[in-house]
Design a protein around this ligand. Structure first.
Ligand code: PLP
Length: 341
């Protein structure tokens, strides 16, 4: 697990989920070299996973939501302005910014954000759940003080995650206290079988990173096949008038995960699209997969200012290292049939 993210193995704290790791990281109680360095405010990007948006140990008055640009990346200028206004005498700032968004696949400006928050005397925690195993992740290069991971997003077992510290000298207080397992960072006897499965999945994911250029090509093939040509379009909302099939982030000059495709059929309902694709034997998700079963409009697309008619007809298609060109062609044929109907 440490090798997957370029960390020191001593700094990997195994937890029961990424959600638990997020709750541990999002605390007012941080320490540097064993000295308490309380955090006053959590600055949280509006597109975070609900396990981060919930704010961990911070009350609602101590959480500030940060806007994103229409292209789905953190609004760095707003962050900079807010950090300038931050009153250090009340405590430090803490920024929660994910490495890649789970719905759009859009990679966030971690290095820039890290420089700003560290200059303001704060901490940066980063949800790397979707990025790990899809992009090379180098914890030191990222500039985050802590990242969190989830085994089941890498093909490992459910019910195991990790909080990985850049340097044990800067750490959040333990969330679960008791005996001193995980070097005192997380009490409770470790789930060794699940952790071993996590390790095996991390090893395989690291080896499979070489397949990612191929996955990107498949993603691009899919997107090119379902999208009308509109090279001058800069805003996803503009796509609506161009074609009943609109692809949200396709033409954006942003870095994205190789495996995530976001498609919209404006005016359609995402749950209907999911059912129709399911009947054809194709598994996709509407909104965030972890909350599947209750389809509500995506807070991520809302934060990007996407027109509700587009957002409500948006599905996410995830590719894996076993996806083939034939799978893509079949998807395109089925999707086109649904769109025509
Ligand atoms: N963060 C992201 C981006 C996710 O997609 C998920 C989904 O599972 C989580 C966090 C939560 O992980 P876990 O299921 O291990 O709590």
């Amino acid at each position: 697990v440490a090798a997957l993210v370029g960390a020191d193995p001593h700094n990997v704290i195994f937890t029961a989920s990424a959600t638990e790791a997020a709750n541990q990281a999002l605390t007012p109680h941080w320490f540097s070299d064993g000295i308490a360095r309380p955090v006053a405010t959590a600055y949280v990007s509006a597109i975070e996973h609900p396990c981060v948006l919930a704010g961990g140990g911070f009350g609602p008055e101590a959480i500030v939501r940060l806007p994103v640009t229409p292209h789905g990346t953190l609004d760095i200028i707003t962050l900079e302005q807010l950090l300038k206004l931050h009153d250090l005498t009340r405590g430090r700032p803490l920024l929660a910014l994910m490495l890649a968004n789970n719905e759009t696949g859009i990679v966030q400006p971690l290095a820039e954000a890290a420089a700003l928050v560290h200059a303001a005397g704060g901490y940066l925690v980063c949800d790397a759940v979707q990025a790990a195993g899809r992009l090379p992740v180098d914890l030191k290069g990222l500039g985050a003080d802590a990242i969190f991971l989830s085994a089941h997003k890498l093909g490992g077992p459910k019910g195991v995650g990790a909080l990985v510290l850049a340097d044990e000298a800067a750490a959040p207080a333990a969330l679960i206290r008791g005996v001193g397992q995980e070097r005192g960072h997380r009490a409770g006897t470790e789930n060794v079988a699940a952790i071993a499965g996590f390790g095996a999945a991390a090893k395989a994911a690291l080896a499979d990173l070489v397949d990612m250029p191929h996955t990107s090509r498949l993603r691009d093939r899919l997107e090119a096949a379902v999208t009308c040509p509109a090279p001058s379009s800069h805003s996803p909302n503009e796509l609506r008038s161009l074609s009943p099939m609109a692809l949200l982030p396709a033409r954006f000059a942003v870095q994205r995960l190789p495996n995530t495709v976001l498609l919209s059929l404006p005016g359609a309902k995402a749950e209907i699209l999911v059912i129709q694709l399911d009947l054809a034997g194709i598994a996709v998700s509407a909104g965030s997969a972890c909350s599947s079963g209750k389809v509500k409009r995506s807070h991520v697309l809302d934060a990007m200012g996407i027109d509700p008619a587009i957002a409500e007809g948006t599905i996410r298609v995830s590719l894996g290292h076993t996806t083939t060109e034939a799978d893509i062609d079949r998807f395109v044929a089925v999707w086109s049939g649904i769109a025509r109907r």
